[in-house]
Ligand binder design. Structure first.
Ligand SMILES: [Ca+2]
Length: 497
């Protein structure tokens, strides 16, 4: 097992040992069974493309631990969330399917919404469980619980435990959405029997707050991230070599309410938000420390990413001189790049070259089939028909065998507006951000562009709309988007690549 962790490319001397080990552990089919790396996905909530220093050297938030990951792994600069907000992105990551194919066509769920993931669908944790993994979820769920309006007095099923998680500890939705409570597996830790007024504590810019409503008597918004951190570290501390595990660690931050612990106050140059980013970075550091201490780092595929862009207004940029979404246009919820292009770093010692940067086009739905690819099951037909329909393996990219695995990807704004990216071109059939940025919607003028067409290779900030200049390209991309919308199942998916 240990020898197989060594990279052929990076450590040629280990290759022969790995070969011998593979030879002696031939499966009955004649193929060596692939090693089962532990898999850890850290999903920040609303962290932008320009927050980590490794993505934006001018960032006002020191992020030494995320930067360490970039040094030790592969940094993707063209990776996208399947949607520009929380719920649909989480659906996409766990199912490998575009969220707009689900019943949720716009917006997000609340803390009392019914479960979104369809019964019987094979999710990433379910797939891994069948592979012999112990599957843990920690953090923000935000994918609905039960079949009707959630009744917290009853078991939270359907919920995490019915879609592949052996264990779950977390909060039902966003940290600004009622009810405020922790649940473990399928039960609240404490029922939300108290009421909290709405809070405007430490809110400015960003528009964050928490809503009035039900709260568990001992629930503290400020302690939420530390509690989630404690749980994730406890899980990692308890792991023993030999049984692979999957940890989906969905942080509640730096989403609002921006409530960094006092030791982080003033640590950034970007106010409460920036200080919260620093705390998130410290959580990443704590995970890395435990992986190191327990000797798990070598055999762990670790992904750090965010579920959408930062909620960061032009006035915030002006006030702090910090660009949470880098040079991208727009922010969380938008169809523009600031909404869905996010940090995405993969560390996998011996498998992924350190200090590497990839320009591969990637969607977070791709994690599922990349993992399946490692197990030799990425080809159409190898997975159940209702699994990972919109997932394309980027394993060849991780292994340095391919520059990009995807030719196209579909983006989604909070109002359900879709856009398509093909190569360097991006087309949105409508004008405006369709998210939080102004202008949200624009009525086309006679003779003016009806939608948006950008060449991101030359214009990453989406400043020059080429809708009228490139009618043929526009039509081609519009047809491609239509085809993606109509495509269902494996055959169509294969055609879309
Ligand atoms: Ca989010």
């Amino acid at each position: 097992m240990r020898a197989q962790n060594a990279s052929f490319a990076l450590f040629p001397s280990a290759a022969f040992a790995a070969f011998l080990l593979a030879w002696t552990s031939l499966a009955p089919t004649g193929r060596a069974a692939p090693a089962k790396p532990n898999i850890v996905v850290i999903l920040a909530d609303d962290m932008g493309y320009g927050d980590p220093r490794c993505y934006n050297p001018q960032s006002k938030c020191p992020t030494p631990h995320i930067d360490r990951l970039a040094r030790e792994g592969m940094c993707f600069v063209d990776a996208h969330t399947p949607a520009s907000v929380c719920t649909p992105t989480r659906y996409g990551i766990l199912t490998g399917r575009y969220p707009w194919r689900s019943r949720l066509k716009r917006g997000v769920l609340g803390g009392y919404s019914p479960a979104l993931i369809e019964p019987g669908r094979v999710t990433l944790p379910e797939y891994l469980r069948r592979k012999g993994y112990v599957t843990y979820g920690v953090g923000k769920w935000h994918l609905g619980l039960q079949n009707q309006r959630t009744d917290y007095a009853k078991p939270l099923r359907p919920g995490p435990l019915t879609v592949g998680f052996d264990h779950y500890f977390g909060i039902p939705a966003s940290l600004d959405m009622v009810p405020y409570l922790f649940f473990r597996d399928d039960r609240p830790v404490e029922m939300p029997t108290d009421q909290t007024p709405a809070s405007k504590q430490r809110r400015f810019g960003g528009g964050g707050f928490w809503r009035a409503g039900a709260i568990a008597p001992h629930f503290s918004h400020e302690q939420c991230l530390p509690e989630l951190e404690k749980e994730a570290l406890r899980i990692l501390e308890a792991q023993k070599p030999g049984r692979p595990f999957f940890l989906y660690f969905a942080l509640s931050a730096p989403h609002t309410p921006w409530m960094p612990r006092p030791q982080y106050w003033g640590r950034s140059g970007a106010g409460w938000y920036g200080d919260f980013v620093v705390q998130v970075d410290d959580v990443v550091g704590a995970v890395l420390r435990v992986l190191d201490k327990r000797g798990l780092a070598e055999n762990t595929l670790l992904i750090f990413t965010s579920d959408n862009g930062a909620h960061w207004l032009p006035s915030d940029i002006e006030r702090f001189g910090h660009r949470a979404n880098g040079l991208l246009r727009g922010q969380k919820a938008d169809i523009w790049e600031g909404g869905h292009r996010v940090p995405f770093i993969v560390r996998w010692p011996g498998k992924v070259r350190p200090k590497s940067v990839s320009k591969a086009l990637l969607c977070q739905t791709d994690i599922f089939r990349t993992v399946a690819d490692w197990f030799g099951e990425a080809a159409p037909g190898a997975l159940p028909e209702q699994a990972a329909e919109d997932s394309v393996s980027f394993l060849p990219v991780l292994q340095g065998r391919m520059a990009t695995a995807r030719k196209s990807v579909v983006h989604q704004a909070v109002d359900g507006t879709l856009a398509i990216r093909v190569g360097s071109w991006k087309l949105c059939p409508k004008l405006g951000s369709h998210g939080f940025s102004s202008p949200k919607k624009i009525k086309p003028k006679p003779g003016g562009p009806e939608g948006q067409l950008y060449n991101l290779a030359e214009d990453l900030a989406e400043t020059r709309n080429l809708w009228n200049e490139e009618p043929d390209l526009r039509a081609k991309l519009a047809a491609e988007l239509q085809r993606a919308r109509e495509a269902q199942g494996t055959a169509e998916r294969a055609a879309l690549r």
